[in-house]
Design a protein around this ligand. Structure first.
Ligand code: BGC
Length: 917
């Protein structure tokens, strides 16, 4: 590097397909991306070069260089905007590790390099050789009579989980061992008594009729020379257990018995390669898990356990039978694209209260202090053979301090342990999860808080956002919003984790998405779910209400629900700058718009509205045709823009013109010449203003009326799911951030803080899930862990802290830093964008406001510096007019507007509190 400046601009955070060092990439042209950082103001990339090498199987895991010629070399690419490339080298080979490097050269000529790796999966059906295998199902028909505390298996149609095993001998420990595995059902794999991988509830929920995900586990450390045992436990899961509110087991949807498909590939130092695959040589037996169901719970009968079953030197004789081969079809297998569900955190018990003795023995109530999705791990002591320990789960308590479970509907959410010989055992169910804060444990004479732990499960999405401010209530709200996301990103984005529902409702996902994308990197998670959304679309173009599609859940997409098939890809494209979100979905988007148009040629969407949920759970109703037509306009407009981005000019023109006609129809039909919107509800104005459906000349009137309505309500909020995420941003855009703050601060119902003041640790499904006057809402639909109303989270980042993206920008190339201090004294937010770290933070004290901003290299920002005196703004101690990298572009009431290049900035200004409410 002699003669070159020392690099300050550095790539980091390398990803392949939005994942860090993934195993099992089946995408033939994976996206390779990097982030940038620099301590220097104005630092920006000028060009990059990416090289990719295939790495031999026996190279050390951390090999820092590839071997020989790269399989791809982009050469020097002059592109100041790029932070990713799509692989376009020699065709990727299956089961191959690739090392890649990106060299980024800054505008000053200095170059810095970073490296990472990824490994391909089996890259399609021809490479597979395993058979689907299952237990001899006849054996499972022998269903035991239920015992105390258990569910009646026969009544529920539940069946035992089964074990499968096979031994194999290998002459030497392999240099690399990979397990490619999936199930119709849920699997847990073990190798020589140890768990293979850490994925939970794998392979996850897809519409198994269309697609089955497989996972790849690095098991090199688990295989040794000599005899080895590859073993599995298989349970029902979504495949053959209960799912949704359908009273049938999902056997009716997918299949009756779980099946396993696995291949263990061993690569040896001498170049040898062995495969151990599922086939008829495997042996199976009922497991001690008498049943395991996602909704009902799990029952372990340790009297039936056989230790050593998953290790060598075990005689699989008694009760073990040959596995049955059910097929060899591999056509639906694809490597999973999302980070798996994992046990990501453990919550200690806050309190354990003895409730007394009842049926089944002594009862204790455990409070984990946090509503979440997962399970408990219990160390049960003082057991005698046959002792039953029953664990029930719930989100709330009755007035008398007992567990409240009415709102779970038919989800029993009950786990049972039946003791075997040992006096002490650690019990943790594997094939179920519950949404709960409290657990009631019956059957143990004593329970110490140290003996029970809450295990939090969700897709292991990397957390990218952080927010804090001077109001502890608002901070608690932010934490509750995050817990809502954590509790409901379990294989698919669910509405709730506790009752017999847990479905991938489309509207819930679309309204919460902007918040979700700031909290975490959900690009890969939603790329997976969008396959389900597309897969569920009807031949006529209708998206559904839930994905994966479930028979029995009103199929045809309602306004705002079906539209998620358009809104979700568009928002992901904007947040992550990855055009493939549009490429993969554009045809489906067009088909959706065509479907709505075909049935509503006069452009008012009133036919084929599915179950029309309107502004779901709103305290005041908004006209249904207005809600529908607003979404029709929105979807059509975004489809046109997506087509434009992809250069599909015909489609862009066609949908652009149609969007214009719908806008006009909307205005004629629903907006008076004076700017009143039909229904005169908050949601009516919010949809019309947010989607650009109010004619320009009357926008101020409509905005004014919205403000009046908000004020008249308390100030308060009266929207349901479709209006809620728009309230604060639209009020802010209309020049009334004070009202957005008023909504945030409100403590009476309906509000965000009312639940928090009444014990909530997650966002409730309904504004009035519990009120002082009436107690709990009707149990038939009252979840305490729904993320939809948490979509205010976006404005905490964007409004309160001021961390946002400019309207036309994608992938955070152009930031909009526009803090709205309200009555707070400080706030800050950080966000790990695809381009690098964005930060904002402001404090006010002694009449002065300080604003700190970090803009990642290659990005620019429009900064609204809140101030009562635009002429007195300084940056890093110098008057802003002379500050390095800062350009003044104007003023607005209460703020000075600047454009800044990348880097860290510190503005000081007169506190605007006098000028801006
Ligand atoms: C779910 C939702 C969903 C709604 C449809 C409810 O049962 O919990 O969140 O969007 O139905 O209206």
């Amino acid at each position: 590097m002699t003669g070159h400046p020392t690099a300050t601009l550095a790539p980091h955070g390398l990803r392949c397909e939005h994942l860090a060092e993934p195993l099992g990439i089946d995408e033939p042209a994976p996206l390779l991306s990097w982030r940038l950082s620099s301590p220097r103001r104005g630092d920006a990339p000028a060009r990059h070069r990416v090289r990719v090498w295939a790495v031999p199987a026996d190279a050390p895991a951390d090999a820092s260089t590839g071997a020989g010629e790269p399989v791809w070399d982009t050469g020097e690419v002059s592109d100041a905007a790029a932070v990713s490339v799509r692989y376009a080298g020699a065709p990727l080979r299956p089961r191959t590790r690739y090392r890649w490097e990106v060299a980024v050269t800054a505008v000053d000529g200095a170059t810095a390099v970073a490296g990472s790796r990824f490994e391909t999966g089996l890259l399609g059906p021809p490479a597979w050789r395993a058979s689907w295998i299952t237990h001899d199902t006849g054996d499972l028909d022998v269903v035991d009579a239920p015992e105390e505390g258990e569910l009646a298996l026969a009544d529920h149609g539940l069946q035992p989980a089964v074990r499968l095993r096979r031994t194999f001998t290998t002459s030497a420990a392999p240099v690399r061992a990979r397990l490619y595995v999936t199930a119709r059902g849920l699997y847990e794999m073990r190798l020589n008594g140890r768990r293979a991988g850490d994925a939970e509830l794998a392979p996850g929920w897809t519409d198994y009729r269309d697609r089955i995900d497989y996972q790849v586990h690095d098991v090199t450390a688990l295989v040794g020379a000599g005899e080895n045992v590859l073993a599995a436990t298989l349970a029902d899961g979504w495949w053959s257990g209960y799912a949704g509110f359908d009273p049938r087991r999902s056997g009716a949807h997918y299949g009756a018995f779980p099946q396993l498909l696995a291949e263990l590939h061993l690569d040896h130092a001498d170049g040898g390669h062995e495969v151990i695959a599922t086939d008829g040589t495997w042996r199976t037996r009922r497991s001690p898990v008498r049943y395991a169901d996602l909704l009902k719970g799990e029952c372990h009968d340790l009297r039936r356990d056989t230790t050593g079953w998953d290790r060598p030197a075990f005689a699989a004789a008694d009760g073990w039978r040959p596995a049955q081969v059910t097929g060899t079809d591999h056509g639906l297998l694809t490597a999973s694209v999302a980070p798996p569900v994992r046990a990501v955190e453990e919550l200690p018990a806050r309190t354990v209260t003895r409730l007394g003795t009842g049926t089944g023995g002594d009862r204790h109530l455990v409070d984990f202090g946090q509503n979440f999705a997962g399970r408990v791990r219990l160390t049960a002591r003082g057991l005698t053979p046959g002792t039953r320990v029953v664990i029930r789960h719930g989100e709330a308590l009755n007035d008398d301090g007992t567990l409240y479970t009415d709102n779970l509907r038919t989800a029993d959410a009950t786990d049972v342990l039946i003791a075997g010989d040992g006096p002490e055992v650690v019990f943790e169910p594997r094939f179920t999860y519950h949404g709960f804060r409290y657990a009631e444990v019956t059957g143990l004479p004593a329970l110490d808080a140290a003996d029970i732990t809450g295990v939090v499960l969700h897709n292991d999405i990397p957390w990218t956002g952080d927010f804090a401010c001077s109001d502890p209530d608002v901070e608690r709200l932010y934490q509750a919003i995050r817990w809502g996301q954590r509790s409901n990103f379990v294989s698919v984005p669910t509405d709730c984790p506790q009752r017999d529902e847990r479905l991938g409702w489309l509207a819930d996902a679309q309204v919460f998405l902007p918040t979700a994308c700031l909290n975490a990197d959900v690009a890969a998670f939603f790329a997976g779910w969008l396959r389900e959304v597309r897969g569920a679309q009807s031949p006529g173009g209708a998206f559904t209400n839930v994905a994966p599609r479930m028979t029995g859940v009103a199929d045809e997409g309602a306004p705002g629900w079906g539209d998620a098939g358009v809104l979700v890809p568009w928002h992901l494209y904007r947040a992550y700058g990855d055009e493939r979100f549009l490429e993969r979905n554009l045809d489906a988007m067009c088909a959706w718009v065509d479907h709505v148009h075909r049935h509503n040629p006069d452009l008012v969407w009133r036919h084929r509205v599915g179950p029309h949920f309107a502004d779901w759970l709103a305290p005041e109703p908004t006209p249904r045709e207005l809600v529908a037509t607003a979404y029709f306009a929105r979807s059509t407009d975004l489809t046109a823009r997506a087509a434009e981005v992809l250069g599909r000019q015909d489609a862009a023109r066609r949908y652009g013109t149609l969007a214009g006609h719908i806008r006009k129809t909307f205005a004629e039909r629903f907006v008076t010449p004076g700017g009143r919107v039909a229904g005169d509800t908050q949601t009516a104005y919010l949809l019309a203003l947010a989607f650009g459906l109010v004619p320009d000349d009357v926008v101020p009137h409509a905005a004014g009326r919205l403000a009046e309505l908000v004020e008249a309500a308390g100030p308060g909020i009266t929207t349901g799911f479709l209006g809620v995420g728009l309230a604060a941003p639209v009020l802010d855009d209309c020049g009334r951030p004070d009202l957005a703050h008023a909504l945030l601060r409100r403590t009476g119902p309906p509000s965000w803080l009312y639940p928090l003041r009444h014990g909530a640790t997650t966002i409730w499904e309904r504004w009035d899930g519990y009120t002082e006057e009436r107690g709990f809402q009707a149990a038939a639909m009252n979840s305490f862990n729904h993320y939809a109303l948490g979509s205010i989270g976006e404005w905490l980042y964007q409004g309160v802290a001021g961390l946002g993206q400019a309207p036309g920008s994608t992938g955070y190339r152009e930031l909009l830093i526009r803090p709205r201090p309200g009555a707070l004294t400080w706030a800050r937010a950080a966000y790990e964008s695809v381009r690098g770290t964005v930060r904002t933070g402001w404090t006010r004290a002694d009449g002065e406001l300080r604003l700190e901003v970090s803009v990642p290299p290659g990005a620019t920002a429009i900064v609204h510096v809140p101030t009562g005196d635009p002429g007195g703004v300084h940056e890093s101690g110098v008057p802003v007019a002379g500050a390095d990298g800062v350009q003044i572009i104007g003023t607005e009431p209460g703020a000075l507007l600047c454009r800044v290049a990348s880097g860290d900035y510190r503005f000081t200004a007169e506190d605007p509190s006098a000028a801006v409410p």
